[in-house]
Design a protein around this ligand. Sequence first.
Ligand code: 5GP
Length: 182
Amino acid sequence: MEFKSVAEFEKGIKGILISEKEIKAKIKEAGEYLNGIYDGTPLLLVSILKGSFMFLADLCKEVKVPCEVGFMIAKSYYQGTQSSGIVKIEMDLQQNIGKYHVVIVEDIVDTGRTLNDVVKLLRARNPVSLRVVTLLDKPDRRIVDFKADLSLFTISDLFVVGYGLDCGEYYRNLPYIAEFKE
Ligand code: 5GP
């Protein structure tokens, strides 16, 4: 993907689907949700890179209980119609999660395969507890029966960019979620 001008870059944006203000308000609520559950016992917020970097950065500011942050890059691989795949960890957490309440912070649940596999993988490491918070949920596209503990926004079957989500590595820096124009 290459852009000859800002105007050309902006042509990829069909329209704002979720504004900065709406995202901010929902993240405040998500922070309250987490503050209501955890009470100072070791808490680890795990961002699945790269899509959730911006969401994690804003969400952790709303978390008032002591917490650490961790990052991982995980990709799931499938063959044919299988609903569960092999998770390839391209970058693992530094923390041994055995002593933590873990909250996976994800950008979007689409087919559900990635989170389904990552949850399985992290559960096998015996954290004290494990929850999943996702910014976006596209239930119409689900292949694996996966439900996050908290979804901030449910969207229809659209390809979206912005607020961490990319197309060809671009558009992650938009402060809002936009529908992408193919
Ligand atoms: P899954 O299909 O395993 O639930 O989602 C895998 C990954 O696909 C997500 O973490 C996200 O990076 C990417 N993805 C799914 N839907 C979209 C979308 O609408 N926009 C962008 N930019 N990425 C998406």
